[in-house]
Design a protein. Sequence first.
Length: 224
Amino acid sequence: MTERNLVLLGPPGAGKGTQAERLVADFDLPYYSTGIILREAVEQGSELGKQAKDYMDRGDLVPDDVICKVIAERLDSGEADDGFLLDGFPRTVGQAEMLDGALDARDRSLTAALLIEAPDEEVVRRLSGRRTCVKNQHVYHVELDPPKNEGVCDQDGSRLVQRDDDRPETVRKRLSVYHDQTAPLIDWYGEKALLRRFDGTRTPEEVHSRIRATLATLALEAEI
Ligand SMILES: [Zn+2]
């Protein structure tokens, strides 16, 4: 069977989360979001988890090499033998080189870096329209998915607010950080012919079927 070793890239609000859920369900891939696997390593209390916890307790960023070791641990666990879906790592060229090294050491390689793109203005529109209920964090969108009564959660009647992360000025700041860090990474994967681009302004169904078609083509090419 062909491995599907995948990295998911794209700005916040481009629909990465939705696509990740579908890919994980389609191919039964383990989903490695940096936040989740670091938390799991901490919960397991492994030596690596303890290291990560020290940084997190101090409010520091967990260094790249620790994150990469946590990923490598998961690669060696057997659960990722048919592939994996990485989200949130790598974010920089340095991290990508580190991941490359870890895969190389295991005689494996990345299948593709899937980039889901959306123009900044679309991201701002999507994210700044989001409203979250204060009680259970149910999410709505003022244009795309409004509640029946303005400002009130349909499910529990609690108040809907805009999270700080979703304020337009915060979204723009996050986008500018994303572009600064990720543009070189996109070029890097492009040069390695691993980059596959998807238009995140299309419906989630369309994006999903295009990703599936691309993966099917890559699997065919791998067999030749
Ligand atoms: Zn609610």
